[in-house]
Design a protein around this ligand. Structure first.
Ligand SMILES: Nc1nc2c(c(=O)[nH]1)N[C@H]1C(S)=C(S)[C@@H](COP(=O)(O)O)O[C@H]1N2
Ligand SMILES: [Mo]
Length: 335
């Protein structure tokens, strides 16, 4: 480890233009036009009374804490399932996974998500599960944290922007939930809808042009694949907010954006559901979005990825290294 170069988490090359650049630029334009408190000459609350500045939050002391506080702490750490490993790669140190995030509900600035997400309230939380199933249900936190045996799995993670990491997630197979619902034979796809809270989510407030809430979808057989994992924890504790508390999905053979965070609704449907990024940029983000080094993003190659913690580049693997497990579900032409 001693000779590894440890870049700061946000030290990704500028050339890794985020797919979302376009929208950032729009935001800058809005600012330039003067849609800000200063430009409007509005008073800035507290500006003249700020004698005792609160201490700046710190990633290691504040940013790794579970969004649920001490609730369900007894469920962690869960036993690691040795069937799921990351081969010769090293587990990414927690501060990188917790300090570099895509979670536009809070902010589009990757290095600032954890701070913007501090203190967001996830208790109580419910997930409405329904649609074409025999037994629809509402999952509360008790059901999520106590209703299924929890296990820890090491998964590779590959963002479409070309950074990657290896994370110990805690959760349960999505299949366990699906089977408890008894989907009807007409159910062919599953749709996931994330939190919408225009009042408290800073990113939704700042970026009203996004079609909130974030939403994603899978084919039913993909959702029932043993690798598809409902995540409620990382690094041996319940999820910190920035990683998608209280629950998100991990689909390690797909680009990161296929894994919705802070889910509030799961719906079984007959037709392919629309997805957030596909709707925004259909030519860049397909429904399947399986990791594929041979299929370049329209604006960059996908052949090489950069390890988030070490900065070391390596070749991208088909299906992110899970070809043996998931390859059989596809005909190779999926987009
Ligand atoms: N609700 C929601 N889910 C989301 C996103 C988002 O902005 N909002 N970003 C996606 C993208 S692009 C990635 S790479 C992963 C990032 O997860 P992480 O921050 O825990 O690494 O979350 C995905 N899920
Ligand atoms: Mo991503």
């Amino acid at each position: 480890m001693a000779n590894l170069r440890i870049p700061r988490s946000w030290e990704l090359p500028e050339s890794l233009a985020t797919p979302e650049e376009v929208y950032l630029n729009r935001r800058q334009i809005l600012r330039t036009l003067g849609f800000g408190a200063l430009a409007l000459g509005l008073p800035i609350p507290g500006a003249w009374s700020a004698t005792a500045e609160p201490a700046e939050p710190d990633l290691l002391t504040d940013g790794l804490k579970p969004a649920l506080g001490k609730s369900y702490a007894d469920r962690f750490p869960a036993k690691r399932n040795p069937e799921y490993g990351v081969g010769d790669r090293e587990v990414t140190p927690e501060k990188f996974a917790a300090g570099n995030n895509n979670f536009y509900e809070f902010t589009t600035r990757k290095d600032a998500v954890w701070k913007a997400a501090l203190g967001y309230k996830v208790e109580p939380w419910t997930v409405e599960v329904g649609g074409l199933v025999k037994k629809p249900r509402t999952l509360d936190l008790d059901a999520l944290f106590r209703g299924f045996p929890l296990e820890e799995r090491l998964y590779r993670f590959r963002c479409v922007e070309r950074w990657s990491m290896q994370v110990p997630w805690t959760g349960f197979p999505l299949r366990a939930l699906i089977d408890s619902l008894e989907p009807l034979s007409t159910a062919k796809y599953v749709r996931f809808v994330c939190v919408k809270d225009l009042e408290h989510l800073s990113g939704q407030k700042e970026s009203p042009w996004f079609p909130w809430p974030y939403y994603e979808g899978l084919r039913l057989d993909e959702a029932r694949h043993p690798l598809a994992f409902v995540v409620v924890g990382s690094y041996g504790h319940a999820l910190p907010m920035q990683n998608g508390a209280p629950l998100r999905l991990a689909l390690p053979w797909k680009y990161g954006y296929k894994g919705p965070k802070s889910i509030v609704r799961i719906e079984f449907v007959a037709d392919p559901p629309p997805t957030f990024w596909n709707r925004l940029q259909p030519l860049e983000y397909g429904f399947y979005s399986n990791v594929n080094p041979q299929k370049p993003h329209p604006r960059w190659s996908q052949e090489i990825e950069t390890d988030l913690a070490t900065g070391v580049p390596r070749p991208t693997l088909p299906y992110n290294g899970y070809a043996q497990e998931v390859g059989g579900m596809y005909d190779g032409k999926e987009a």
